[in-house]
Design a protein around this ligand. Structure first.
Ligand SMILES: Cc1cc2nc3c(=O)[nH]c(=O)nc-3n(C[C@H](O)[C@H](O)[C@H](O)COP(=O)(O)O)c2cc1C
Length: 197
């Protein structure tokens, strides 16, 4: 079976950690990326995601100085023209989720929305990098995130500094046979197309 355009897009995404500082990300691009996030599914359609788009150079400088500091200092190297602060509002579905033995529907919902945004950005030719290594307390304070809302992740966004590679780097992913089974844990799935990616 021919690989779909969607799988090509997924395979083309990789974490970009160097950006073209002189090339801004337009409002239209940001709107398209956020629209993809807005359309994500969520438990009970709660839509707990919120995004703070950090683009002002002064705010980015404070983010680097205050939130990408100490044990998170390495994150300063991901100097992007835009960061999306992916935030999650805790609410009723968390309670339902916990009752159903799930740790947090908010986390699941926001992660889906975040990756929608990432894939929309990749389709536009932009680079992204999920960032988990940052000081959440300081980020909350800096961005004025209210109580009851978590900063779940930062997503770096911008035009990649590196010229597009002729061959994409190897993804280093586990084969399908190591991550998926048929009908019961440990029962081989059989069809494995993962070597092609
Ligand atoms: C939730 C999450 C947090 C991450 N945090 C960081 C981070 O703090 N710094 C970083 O350089 N990369 C971070 N990454 C990127 C991963 O290192 C990267 O996705 C992984 O190595 C696979 O490489 P690829 O994205 O190029 O396919 C994070 C990715 C995810 C999904």
């Amino acid at each position: 079976m021919r690989r779909s355009a969607f799988l090509d897009l997924v395979a083309a995404r990789s974490s970009v950690r160097r950006y073209d500082a002189g090339r801004p990300v337009s409002d239209e691009h940001l709107a398209a990326i956020l629209e993809a996030a807005r359309l994500a599914p969520s438990a009970g359609n709660a839509q707990p995601w919120r995004f703070v788009v950090v683009r002002d150079p002064a705010v980015r400088a404070r983010l680097a100085a205050e939130a990408f500091s100490g044990i998170y200092q390495r994150t300063r190297r991901i100097a992007a023209p835009v960061y999306l602060a992916l935030c999650g509002v805790h609410g009723a579905t968390d309670f339902v989720g916990r009752a159903a033995g799930h740790s947090s529907y908010t986390l699941t919902d926001c992660s889906i929305a975040g990756e929608h945004a990432v894939l929309a950005a990749v389709e536009l030719g932009l680079g992204t990098c999920w960032i988990g290594m940052f000081n959440r307390r300081r980020t909350r304070r800096l961005l004025g995130v209210p109580a009851g809302v978590d900063v779940i992740a930062m997503i770096a966004l911008g035009w990649p500094a590196e010229p597009a590679r002729a061959a994409p780097p190897a993804k280093g992913r586990k084969p399908l046979s190591a991550i998926a089974w048929l009908d019961a844990w440990g029962s081989p799935f059989g069809v494995d197309q993962s070597e092609r990616v």
